[in-house]
Design a protein around this ligand. Structure first.
Ligand code: ZN
Ligand code: ZN
Length: 361
C-alpha cells in the first residue's frame, strides 16, 4: 500500500513538474536573455571589432578632451527640508535623486571618479556629482537597473551602507551581500513592492549584464516604475528600443515623468540592440504616453563614439521632427532639481531657491 502511494506521488510529481518548472521566457539555464522580437546579440568579438578594428581603420570619430558642462550649485539644503513635494535632481549619468511622498530614492548611484573596476583607469567623470555625497538627504531606497560599472558602483554603495532598501534585479543580491549589505530585495520583471505607500515595480529592459569576461547575463537587467500617491515615474536604466515601452505605459500609465537614456549610442551597428539613441528615446516616450521626459545616461562618462555633449543636440532635433512640445523635455543640468507640484505641472522654484532649479529651456 505504502509503495502504491509513493508511486502515485512520483507520477503526480512527474506530470506536474513541467508546469511548475516552466521558466519565464527571459530566464535561461545560465542566466537571462532578451526575449524580444528582432533582438540581435552583440558578443565579445563584436566588441573587439568596435574597440580594436575600427580604431585601426581610423573609423573612430574625433572627440573633444574637455567639455563645458554647467554644474548647478546644489548644496542639498532645499532637498533636506522637502518631505512633501515630488522633485527630481540629476546627479549625473543615470544617477537621479527622486523625492516622492516623503521618500528619498536614488537611481543607479555613482559618486566615484571613474565607472570602472579600478580607480586608476576606465571612463572618468567629466562633471562633479550634482550634489556632494555628504549633502544628500537620508536615502530611503536605492534602485539598481543592472550591474554595469556605470550603474552599480561598489564605492558608492559602501558609503550608502545598510540604511537604504536596495531594490535590484534578480541575482544582484550576491554582490550586495559581499559588501555586507543585507537590506535588499531581488525582483524579477513585473514584480512589485510597496514601501511606505510607494509602489516600485521592476520592469523589463532590453540590455545585458556583465562585470567581467566570464559573467555575461548571469544577473538580470531592468527598469523601474515608481508610483506614489499622485505621480508615476519610470526609470528606464539602459535599454535598446523594444516593445516593452508600450507595455509599461499600458500597465502603469499615465506616466508623469519618464527618465530615458539618450547617450552611448554610437556606433549604431554595435549599440542599437542595447542602447536607444535620442530619436528612439523620443519614440519610447511616445510609446509610454508619458508627459515629461528627463534624459539620463549622458554628459558624465564617455562610453561610446559620440561626443558627450551630442545627445541633447540630437534630442532637440528629434523633438522638432516630431512636432512635440519642447517644454515637456526637461534637459537638466548636472545638479539641477525639477519640482513637480502638486500634479503634472513642474513649477519654477521660489526666488530664494533659484539656485536649485533652473527653469527648463
Ligand atoms: Zn549597461
Ligand atoms: Zn550604462
Amino acid at each position: 500500500m505504502q509503495n502504491t502511494v509513493r508511486n502515485l506521488m512520483v507520477i503526480i510529481m512527474l506530470t506536474t513538474a513541467p508546469l511548475s518548472a516552466q521558466k519565464p521566457v527571459h530566464h535561461t539555464d545560465k542566466g537571462f536573455r532578451n526575449p524580444f522580437p528582432g533582438f540581435e546579440d552583440r558578443g565579445f568579438a563584436d566588441f573587439l571589432k568596435w574597440q580594436v578594428m575600427e580604431r585601426i581603420q581610423g573609423k573612430k570619430p574625433d572627440k573633444p578632451d574637455r567639455y563645458n558642462f554647467e554644474l548647478v550649485k546644489n548644496d542639498g539644503s532645499f532637498l533636506l527640508e522637502n518631505d512633501t513635494t515630488l522633485t527630481v535632481t540629476w546627479i549625473g549619468h543615470s544617477s537621479l535623486l527622486i523625492q516622492i511622498d516623503g521618500l528619498n530614492i536614488l537611481t543607479d548611484p555613482v559618486w566615484s571618479d571613474r565607472c570602472s573596476p579600478v580607480q586608476f583607469a576606465g571612463p572618468k567623470r567629466h562633471v562633479e556629482p550634482g550634489i556632494a555625497f555628504e549633502n544628500l538627504p537620508p536615502v530611503d531606497v536605492v534602485l539598481i537597473s543592472h550591474n554595469h560599472y556605470d550603474h552599480l558602483d561598489r564605492r558608492t554603495i559602501e558609503k550608502l551602507g545598510n540604511r537604504p532598501l536596495y531594490l535590484v534585479p534578480l541575482k544582484i543580491g550576491e554582490f550586495l551581500d559581499d559588501l555586507g549589505i543585507s537590506n535588499f530585495e531581488e525582483k524579477d520583471w513585473w514584480e512589485e513592492l510597496v514601501f511606505n505607500g510607494v509602489k516600485m515595480a521592476c520592469v523589463p529592459a532590453q540590455h545585458f549584464s556583465n562585470r567581467s569576461l566570464f559573467d555575461r547575463n548571469k544577473t538580470l537587467w531592468s527598469g523601474w516604475v515608481i508610483q506614489g500617491k499622485t505621480h508615476t515615474l519610470y526609470f528606464a536604466g539602459d535599454t535598446g528600443y523594444f516593445p516593452g515601452f508600450a507595455e509599461i505605459g499600458k500597465r502603469y500609465g499615465p506616466i508623469d515623468v519618464a527618465a530615458l537614456p539618450i547617450g552611448a549610442y554610437l556606433p549604431r551597428w554595435f549599440m542599437s540592440p542595447v542602447h536607444i539613441d535620442p530619436a528612439e528615446a523620443v519614440e519610447a516616450y511616445l510609446d509610454l504616453q508619458a508627459e515629461y521626459f528627463i534624459p539620463i545616461h549622458w554628459g558624465t562618462f564617455e562610453l561610446a563614439d559620440e561626443p558627450l555633449d551630442q545627445p541633447p543636440k540630437d534630442l532637440k532635433k528629434a523633438i522638432e521632427r516630431n512636432n512635440l512640445e519642447a517644454g515637456k523635455f526637461l534637459i537638466l543640468k548636472h545638479g539641477e532639481t525639477r519640482i513637480f507640484e502638486p500634479k503634472k505641472d513642474p513649477l519654477a522654484l521660489p526666488e530664494h531657491d533659484k539656485i536649485h532649479a533652473i527653469p527648463g529651456k
